[in-house]
Design a protein around this ligand. Structure first.
Ligand code: BZS
Ligand code: CA
Ligand code: CA
Ligand code: ZN
Length: 427
C-alpha cells in the first residue's frame, strides 16, 4: 500500500525517468567503494507515517527498531533496492555481520553455531547477562531460598527440548488462591537478552524484598505473580553460541524448506495472519509459521495460560522505550473485541505505566500493523490487561540489542514503578 505522498513521489520520478533516493540515482552503487553488504544495516529516514512503517515491516526485512519517524532495518541488497524503488529513503549505516563481530569483541566466526548446542557464556565483557543455564540456576535458587512464597513449575519445553520454567510468587504459593494472577513474560525474541534480566529482577525483587519492603510484601500477599524469564530458550542460546552474537530473533524450529525459525510474536492464535501484519515467507524475520500455534513455545504458553485466570500481563521486549497496548492487527481503537471504554482503560493505564518509566505510550499498531502477536491474543482471547514494554535503549542499530551489561541494573530497576502500577490494576 502506498501513501499519497509516496504515490506522488513515484509519479514524479517516473516522469523524469529516475527514482531519486537518498541523493543517489536508483541502480547506482553507494558512493563508497565498499560493496553493499549481504546484510546491510539501514536507517529508513522517511517512515513518519504508520502506513509507511507497515509497508517496510511487511516487506520481509528485519525491523530492529522504530521510533520518531525512522526505522532501523537489516536488508539484503535486493530488499534495499526494492524499498528504494518503492520510494523509501534508505541510508546505509553499517554491515550487520561486521558490527555483530565487533560487538562480540572478536573476529567474525559466523556460522560456527550449531542448533541444540548450549552456550558457555556471553561474549567477554557481557558476562553479567544470564545464559539459559544461569537463568535456570537463578530461578531454582530463588525457589529454594524462598520456599514459603514460591512454587517452581514449567510451561513446557521448547522445540529443542529446553524446559521453560515459570516461577509463582505469592503467599501460600502451593495453594491456588482467589487472588488476581499477574504474568510477566520475557525474551520471546532471542536477541532481546536484556528482557531475561528484567524477569530475573522481578523475581529477585519480590522474593528478597518479602517481609522487609512493605510494597513488595503487600503485592506478594494479595496477588499471584507468575514469571516466565525465557519464552525462546533455543533462540537465545543460538544467539550467543559460536563466540559471537548472531542477531537472531525467531525460534529454532525448522521449516519445511530447510530454513529455520518462526517469529513467536506472529504465531499466536487470535486473528493469526489476518491483516498483513506478518510474513508467509519462511525466511522472513516476521514469519508467522505454517499455522497458528505451530511454534512449540506458543503452544506451550497457550496451554498453560488456558489453565489459569491471568488478569494482567507484561511481555518484555527490546528496544525503543515504548509501552504498547492492543490491538496490533488494526489501526482502529474500537473494533470486534474492543469497546471504546476498554480502549480508554488501556490508554489510561498505558499512559501511567509510561510516565512511571519514561517510555512513550501508544497502541501497538501505532508502530506498524502486526497479527498473531501475544498481546492481541491475551486480550482478544483471554481479556487480560496486557502490555508490551520495549525496553532500553530508545534507539540504535544492532547495538540496540546488545547494551553492555552495566545497563542491566539501571534499566531493570527503572521498571519497578510500572510493574507496581500493573500489579495494582490487576485487582
Ligand atoms: C519487537 C517489536 C515488536 C514486534 C513490536 C510489537 C509488540 C508489535 C507488541 C505488536 C505487539 O520485536 O520487539 O514486532 O514483535
Ligand atoms: Ca497467595
Ligand atoms: Ca489463583
Ligand atoms: Zn521483540
Amino acid at each position: 500500500m502506498f501513501t499519497k505522498r509516496r504515490v506522488l513521489a513515484l509519479a514524479a520520478a517516473a516522469a523524469t525517468g529516475l527514482v531519486l533516493v537518498t541523493g543517489w540515482a536508483a541502480g547506482a552503487q553507494e558512493p563508497t567503494a565498499a560493496p553493499t553488504p549481504d546484510r546491510g544495516l539501514y536507517r529508513v529516514t522517511d517512515a513518519a507515517d504508520v502506513a509507511a512503517r507497515t509497508e517496510v515491516a511487511s516487506s520481509g526485512v528485519d525491523v530492529l527498531g522504530a521510533r520518531d519517524g525512522a526505522m532501523d532495518i537489516v536488508a539484503s541488497p535486493a530488499q534495499a533496492a526494492a524499498l528504494r524503488s518503492r520510494g523509501f529513503a534508505l541510508a546505509l549505516t553499517g554491515d550487520f555481520d561486521k558490527l555483530l563481530a565487533e560487538r562480540s569483541g572478536g573476529p567474525s566466526s559466523r556460522g560456527a553455531s550449531a542448533s541444540g548446542v548450549s552456550a558457555a557464556d556471553f561474549p567477554a565483557g557481557d558476562e553479567g547477562y544470564h545464559t539459559y543455564a544461569e537463568m535456570v540456576a537463578e530461578v531454582q535458587a530463588a525457589a529454594s531460598d524462598h520456599a514459603a512464597i514460591t512454587a517452581l513449575s514449567s510451561i513446557g519445553t521448547s522445540y529443542e527440548g529446553r524446559d521453560m520454567p515459570v516461577l509463582k510468587i505469592s503467599d501460600n504459593a502451593a495453594t491456588d488462591e482467589a487472588e488476581p494472577e499477574v504474568l510477566f513474560t520475557c525474551n520471546m525474541h532471542a536477541r532481546e537478552h536484556l528482557t531475561t534480566e528484567m524477569c530475573l529482577h522481578i523475581i529477585q525483587r519480590f522474593t528478597d524484598g518479602y517481609g522487609t519492603d512493605p510494597t513488595v510484601t503487600g503485592f506478594v500477599d494479595s496477588r499471584e505473580i507468575f514469571v516466565v524469564p525465557n519464552l525462546n530458550p533455543d533462540g537465545t542460546e543460538y544467539d550467543i553460541s559460536g563466540g559471537q552474537y548472531q542477531g537472531w530473533r525467531k525460534n529454532r524450529q525448522p521449516n519445511s524448506d530447510g530454513t529455520i525459525g518462526t517469529d513467536i510474536n506472529r504465531n499466536f492464535p487470535y486473528k493469526w495472519g489476518c491483516c498483513g501484519g506478518s510474513s508467509g515467507s519462511t525466511s522472513a524475520e516476521d514469519y508467522r509459521g505454517p499455522s497458528a500455534s505451530s511454534a512449540t513455545e506458543v503452544a506451550a504458553l497457550e496451554a498453560w495460560v488456558g489453565g489459569r485466570q491471568i488478569k494482567a500481563h507484561i511481555d518484555f521486549h527490546t528496544f525503543s522505550e515504548l509501552v504498547l497496548w492492543p490491538f496490533g492487527h488494526t489501526y482502529d481503537q474500537v473494533t470486534e473485541g474492543m469497546t471504546q471504554a476498554e480502549y480508554n482503560h488501556f490508554r489510561d493505564i498505558g499512559t501511567r505505566l509510561a510516565s512511571a518509566n519514561g517510555y512513550t505510550p501508544d497502541q501497538s499498531s501505532g508502530l506498524y500493523i502486526t497479527d498473531g502477536d501475544i498481546n492481541d491474543w491475551m486480550w482478544g482471547t483471554h481479556k487480560v490487561l496486557t502490555f508490551c514494554f520495549e525496553m532500553y535503549p530508545s534507539g540504535g542499530g544492532i547495538d540496540g540489542f546488545y547494551p553492555p551489561d552495566e545497563n542491566i541494573v539501571p534499566q531493570t530497576t527503572r521498571n519497578d514503578g510500572a510493574v507496581d502500577i500493573l500489579l495494582t490494576n490487576a485487582g
